[in-house]
Write a protein that binds this ligand. Sequence first.
Ligand SMILES: Nc1ncnc2c1ncn2[C@@H]1O[C@H](COP(=O)(O)OP(=O)(O)OP(=O)(O)O)[C@@H](O)[C@H]1O
Length: 548
Amino acid sequence: MSKNSPILPSWNKSDASKLLKEQHDLLSVPQNKSTSHIRHISYPGNATAQAVAPPKQRVMRRVNPLGGYLSPLECATIHLAETYRICNPNFQFSSNQNPRRPLTKPSEGVYNHGYDNKDSDYILYVNDVLGIDEGRKYLVLDILGKGTFGQVVKCQDLKTQRIVAIKVIKNKPAFYNQCIMEVSILELLNTKWDPDDTKHILRLYDQFMHKNHLCLIFELLNVNLYELIKQNHFRGLHLNLVRSFASQLLTCASVLKQARIIHCDLKPENILLEDLSSPKIKVIDFGSACHERQTVYTYIQSRFYRSPEVILGLHYNCSIDIWSIGCILAELFLGLPLFPGNSEYNQLTRIIDMLGYPPQWMLEMGKNTRKYFNCELANGKKVYQLKSLSQFSRENDTNEQPGKQYFREKTLEDLIMNYSRRKGQQLSPEEEEERMCFIDFLKGFLNLNQLKRWTPDQAKQHPFITQESFMNYYMKRHGSYVAPPTRVQRTRSHTIGNQSMVPPTLQRANAYVTPDPANVPHTLPQYIPPPSDSGESDSKPNSDSTQT
Ligand SMILES: Nc1ncnc2c1ncn2[C@@H]1O[C@H](COP(=O)(O)OP(=O)(O)OP(=O)(O)O)[C@@H](O)[C@H]1O
């Protein structure tokens, strides 16, 4: 419930003590007294309740050591230990013996004098304090998430009372060293490239060591975009919301490109809403990030969002993040991942099935090309053919599976145009043009050719972001408008596969009016917090989107 909720009035200590006193008075009235002294008491907010003026004498009441008498409510709450002791003089109570509520699983201490579990994660408890230096102590409140590098917990700064998110890194040198990199990249981005905090990059406030664990103090954010899609029951988001997220991601990507930093792990889980009242987002988790000059790792990016050049083993740069953003934006619109590969081979197969083969030069230069493709010489030219599932499985001793197909459509055009459209249902001309615009936009991100893929600044000029007429833009770029070739099923009343089917709005050059932003929905789907014991439904469809 929000602080300003009209149902629950704002609450403070004096309200609470007033209510407690009134409740005390109410409970201590003798049963057989006349009710002539009944009066109305105003409760915090507008509610009023009947209450009773305090009688002069208390019958069978315990004396309050601070003066007056104790109400039954006080005896059963704040003075409960004393009440028990009256019943049983041997009763002992010490808050030190309270069971501690662990937030870490498993919570059995194995390493680091019992502070760490078998995974080298620090075992966190509610109400523990992280940090020992005065002015740098944080009270642990709740767990926010868990990842490869450690756990992220919600804490309160005991000096400023500010609520923050603390990433407690696993107690292992490899994780520590990698996180030092994350710290230096974030410090650089925060101070040099985004001093005004306008580029949608997570803020790092501080860092310290706690019982051999590096703790990174971040600004507290809200749910991630995967959670948002999940709360929307894996239905896609409105294009206006996708546009807002796209624009913010491009702002972030543009700064990363200027700084020559590659994020290397962009995915919906690493994009968080600042709060639930606006679509403002921030990019988190720079734990895999690197400088363009230091692309030492070849095994990077979460699989669903992995670029073709990384799969093929080519040199890479900031444009791998653009590929990931393309996959993310498609997923936000569709509600399900565009390329949910169950293995790297399956990932490549899905990309090729939808978008075709990578250009010849990429295949010739890729270190992994021979792993995935057969190569034959025809007329003196190398011809590459993706290995079949059985050949690949046999050669690599794997048991490749074709994996789930969430969508019937084979092309990006069909997928976007037909999404969430019932059989026979026509899109409005505006919606149709908007979707065409979105397809054209996505294609700039999902260009298999890493050299031709758009830069963030190019993408920002696209009408999907600027909201200029897509038709005008298309004419400027190509001279004339030709509808993108698609293979929409004929059973559907509307097709865009040939010239005569070009929607009326697109046939009239200037007829298209940019939608009035005041009339388009821009609200977020309602967020319902997930149940605390996350069950199977928590897992992503075809879930293992990790770096495997
Ligand atoms: N600043 C924050 N505010 C709120 N929640 C956060 C914050 N940072 C991280 N989280 C939550 O914790 C989760 C894990 O965080 P993060 O991705 O930084 O950890 P990681 O160990 O690097 O994960 P990965 O396995 O993806 O590399 C996130 O998906 C998010 O839900």
